[in-house]
Design a protein around this ligand. Structure first.
Ligand SMILES: NC(=O)c1ccc[n+]([C@@H]2O[C@H](COP(=O)([O-])OP(=O)(O)OC[C@H]3O[C@@H](n4cnc5c(N)ncnc54)[C@H](OP(=O)(O)O)[C@@H]3O)[C@@H](O)[C@H]2O)c1
Length: 270
């Protein structure tokens, strides 16, 4: 859209709200033991809620212990403190999670940060923080989880929360972390398919969470995507529940964008 068109549009602008549909919860994940990193807010919290509603045993992991305590009581799920930048704690974390859930079938690598900086303002500290949280942490947590799965003959699923920006040309460290995750997802899926391990990613468009500042019940106008609104965390959770379910048994190595096709490589884009 040209700048003039955008300004005219803005002058006429009415707030955009979401109206979304859900499938009925139906024990799709009954008995599955699922660890969700970053399960105390935004997408992680919405997924944890959805997984519990689908009959899963869920463990949420994040840094803020007060939030972990409060949310685990509300959801009736387990909780453990985890900072995904602290790779040296992963062995103890997984051992505790296995003990608390009686084993683990699925890992959801959701915890992530975005510093929303532009190329010229990226600092080495900011670069390292995003690489460490969004890529290095999930890489090594997944490595340890895969070893656990192989040693215990667990057939399960690993889901990464990537981003639509990982599928586009971009100059920010955040996008680079997500592009690297997409590469990892496809490599892992191929490498471990014969061992019964599925690996997928969801690549959400801009979603209403603390990371973006959009409120689920507020104005969700987004100028940069095809439907003009931000998504709700529950829309991502719906897809995640399907991917972790046995109904998705033949789906692996996929990066599924939940953005109405905003990042397809179409020539006729406006
Ligand atoms: N929101 C979007 O528009 C959007 C779009 C595409 C992709 N994503 C991706 O979706 C994922 C979730 O984002 P969100 O929007 O839900 O973010 P959010 O609302 O800011 O929630 C982030 C969650 O991650 C946890 N977390 C952050 N740093 C952590 C660390 N070092 N170790 C452990 N947990 C940590 C936070 O809890 P503590 O602070 O207590 O640790 C919180 O539970 C991220 O990977 C993000 O890149 C988001």
């Amino acid at each position: 859209m040209s700048i003039i068109k955008r300004i005219k549009h803005f002058m006429r602008h009415k707030p955009v709200y979401a109206s979304i549909s859900y499938m009925n919860a139906s024990d799709k994940l009954k008995g599955k033991r699922i660890v969700v990193t970053g399960g105390t807010g935004g997408l992680g919290l919405a997924m944890a809620k959805r997984f519990v509603a689908e009959g899963a045993h869920v463990l949420i992991a994040a840094r803020d212990e007060k939030k972990l305590d409060k949310i685990s009581k509300e959801l009736h799920c387990a909780a453990l403190r985890l900072d995904v930048t602290q790779v040296e704690t992963f062995d103890a974390f997984l051992a505790d999670a296995v003990r608390m859930l009686g084993g683990i079938d699925c890992l959801v690598n959701n915890a992530g940060i975005s510093l929303h900086e532009y190329f010229e303002t990226v600092t080495p500290e900011g670069f390292d923080a995003q690489i460490s949280t969004n890529l290095r942490g999930p890489f090594f947590l997944t490595q340890k989880f895969v070893v656990y799965m192989l040693e215990n003959k667990v057939k399960g699923h690993i889901l990464f929360i990537s981003s639509e920006v990982g599928e586009t040309a971009d100059i920010r460290p955040y996008a680079m972390t997500k592009a690297a995750l997409n590469c990892l997802v496809q490599g892992l899926a191929y490498a471990y398919a014969k061992r019964g391990i599925r690996v997928n990613a969801i690549a959400p468009g801009i979603t209403a969470t603390a990371m973006t500042g959009y409120q689920s019940n507020g104005d969700l106008t987004v100028w940069s995507n095809v439907i003009g609104r931000a998504y709700l965390p529950e829309e991502v959770a719906e897809l995640a529940a399907f991917l972790l379910s046995d109904a998705a048994g033949c789906i692996s190595g996929q990066i599924i964008a939940s953005n109405n096709g905003s990042t397809v490589n179409a020539r006729w884009k406006m």
